[in-house]
Each structure stands twice: as C-alpha cells, then as structure tokens.
Design a protein around this ligand. Sequence first.
Ligand SMILES: CC(=O)N[C@H]1[C@@H](OP(=O)(O)OP(=O)(O)OC[C@H]2O[C@@H](n3ccc(=O)[nH]c3=O)[C@H](O)[C@@H]2O)O[C@H](CO)[C@@H](O)[C@@H]1O
Ligand SMILES: C=C(OP(=O)(O)O)C(=O)O
Length: 420
Amino acid sequence: MKEVIKIEGGHRLNGTVRISGSKNSTVALIPACVLANKPVTIFGVPNISDVKSLMVLLNELGVYVEQKDNETLYIDPSNMENIPMISGAVSKLRASYYFMGALLGKFGHVQIKMPGGCYLGPRPIDLHLKGFEALGATVDYENGCYILHADELVGTNIFLDISSVGATINIMMAAVYANGRTTIENAAREPEIIDIATLLNKMGAKIHGMGTSTIVIDGVSNLGGCLHEIIPDRIEAATYLIMAAAMADDMVIENVIPQHLESIISKLKEVGIRMEVGSDFIRVTGRSNTLRPTEIQTKPYPGFATDVQQPFTVLLTQAEGNSVVTETIYTERFKHCYELNKMGADIDVRVPSCFINGKTKLYGTSVTATDLRCGAGLVVAALMAEGVTEIHDVYHIDRGYDNLDGKLKKLGAKLWREKV
Ligand SMILES: CC(=O)N[C@H]1[C@@H](OP(=O)(O)OP(=O)(O)OC[C@H]2O[C@@H](n3ccc(=O)[nH]c3=O)[C@H](O)[C@@H]2O)O[C@H](CO)[C@@H](O)[C@@H]1O
Ligand SMILES: C=C(OP(=O)(O)O)C(=O)O
C-alpha cells in the first residue's frame, strides 16, 4: 500500500536538527566495500531506502551484512559470489551501477541490469562504459543487461568529456586492481568522491588527487578491511537550511561541513537570510523583511548543486520579484514547478530555465513527488502553505531523507503519514 505525507502548514520551526551521513557517499561506499577481501565497518549510515536496496543486493551477492546499530554497517565480502545482478532491487536506485566498477575491478566480470534512480531527463552511462573499455574491458548489452568482461585491466589515461560524479567513482573502483597507473582527467570534484577515495585508500588502494580534476590511481593486488565514517549529507543540510530560511526564527543545523555548502550559504545570504556559520554547524536566525529575488545556475561542485535547485526554487516563490533558475546539469529537472503552481506559485518553465514570479501565497492541496528533490521541495512548500498539503509518492523522498518526519516534528512542524 502507498503512503502520503500530510503537512499542516504555517507552524514555525525552531531548535536543532542533526544531519545524517551523505546519501550519495553511502550509496557508493557500500558497493566499494565489495572490493575488499576483509570486513569493512562504516559509521554514520543514513536510514534511507536506497541503503535498504543496497543491502538486498549485497545479500544476493552472498556478502555478509550486519546492522550493528542504527548507523553502523558491518560488511564482510570474504565469501561473496559474482552472480548476475538481475533482481528488482537493481532498478530501485541509481547507484546500483557502482557494482559495475566494483565487480569488474574485483572479478574482471559483471552482468547487471540498467540502474534506476530519479528520472531527471535522460541519464546516459556512456562515460562509465568508455572508461571501462579504456581499461581493457569489453562491453555487451543483452536482454536488458550490461555484460562487462576483462581478462586483465590495465591502467591508462582517461579523459571524461563531462565531469560525471558516477563515471569518476565507477572508473576509480574498476582501476584500483588494474595493472599500472590510471589517470582520470576532468574528474568530478564532489566531496563524495573524496569520501570514496578515502575509504578505498584505507582499504589499501593508492589514489591521489581526489577533490581535484586529475585523479591518479596506482593499481594494487590486495585490499583489506577498515573502519570508515561517512561525511555529512550536504544536500540534506541544504534542504534544512532552506526550510529554516522559509520558516525558522532560530534553528541550528548541526553535523555539517560548511565548506561543502559555500555556494548555498552564499545564495541564502544574497536573498536575505541571516545565519551564523560555525565549524560544524550553521544557525539560521531569520531573514530580512523582504526576501530578495536572484538568479541561479546549477553547476558541478563547487558550484550550486543541481540537487538543491528544486527546494531552493520553492523558497524563491516567496521573494519579492522575479527569479531565474537555470539547470545546466539536468535540463528537464523542473517537474516540481508544475506541482508548485498547483499550490499557488507562478512559475513559467522554459527549459533549461524556470522563471519564478514572486511573491505568491501558497495553499495546501494534493501534489506528487515526481522525484526525490521535487519531494523535498514540496515539503518546504507545504511547511509554508496555508492549510494541509498531501504529498503523494513519498517513496521518492524516503530514498534520500533519514527520519524526515521525526526531524521535522522535533522542530515544530505538524505532519503525519496515511496509507492510500
Ligand atoms: C547517486 C549519486 O551520487 N547521484 C548524484 C550524481 O548522479 P550521477 O552520477 O548520475 O550524475 P553525473 O555527475 O554522472 O551526471 C552529470 C551530467 O553528466 C551526464 N552524463 C553522465 C554520465 C555519463 O556517462 N554520460 C553523461 O552524459 C548526465 O546526464 C548529467 O547531465 O551526481 C548528480 C550531479 O551532481 C546528482 O544530481 C546526483 O544526486
Ligand atoms: C538525483 C538524485 O539521486 P539519484 O542519482 O540517486 O537518482 C538526488 O540525490 O537528488
């Protein structure tokens, strides 16, 4: 049975919220663990459905997984089997594609279905596949499955046409056991990439340059176990910052790395949000009387993250004047705008931009989370709206927000779930 979230808008938010471990790190760290030949323990694992789907996939591969406590996963891949990954769990999330790099790196062979994840327009994986081919793998596609094979992977120079997060991580994972040196040029620089490379290095890999656009991987012959703490989720943190900007008098967002949020903090200040940035927390203390409109262009890190675009658009419906948001990563990532217009917003979508005519009052109605961050944006809108908003397809939101309901209730929001 499906669930809806119902939110009664208008309640002020105050207090402290603790940010969980990064979804986009976790979903790559878990597949990366299978490269080890000994147990790995990861701390700060968020309680989200993407992690549950990955645990199903690990079990199917014969990897021993134990949930030590709410946030700790013990993963022992010592006795795993390289079976075809064709179950339904593969298509529940985007990140199942990280098993391509991990299994190709470890066994020289992988058979896997197409990944799932949010539909944000076409999301090709050509750069991942070109990278695997450059390392010496053959790529075939049969009956809806990719079949990658290599008798030997050999280090080489790979230039990514686009600095893709997924391709950078996947190629890094395939290359850790390759013979010789692999260099990835125009690599993505997202903090999650540093997190994955850090885990791999703790396991015994030799990776340098992560966090820059040139990553160098010197192949090794064995990877052991390790302990690893996941970085805080900068997208979850940004979502709560936007909620605070919308509805808080005094709210503290703790367990954050403020450097990861610079583009967001700077935009929030520009539109008039008052905040104090600490070493591992950000405190929002209200806003100027009038919220200012702005222009945003999404960009790869350290630019303004596409994953924050949708919730930020919602805030801009409350700015006095016209804002323009341009998507340079996923040009079709605007489905939230049509849902927001049902709530009273005035947004004109002309791909690759949306034009937000503010300020408009928002009213509770029935809307649909068409994807994860659309869902997050609708939650922000519902918190501000007059009356009750009913958000459908909340499974998208549950892919990426740990204990959203509990965290919001603690801050003073009024929300509940109902079966439909
Ligand atoms: C699980 C995860 O970490 N997901 C994140 C990851 O997705 P993901 O890793 O899928 O995103 P990429 O960085 O790969 O995509 C960036 C751009 O490159 C294009 N592209 C990508 C690969 C490829 O082979 N060919 C190609 O053309 C994509 O269509 C997109 O336009 O980074 C995105 C961009 O920050 C985020 O929105 C997602 O939340
Ligand atoms: C697009 C996202 O996730 P995924 O790549 O897992 O679909 C996201 O986290 O906003």
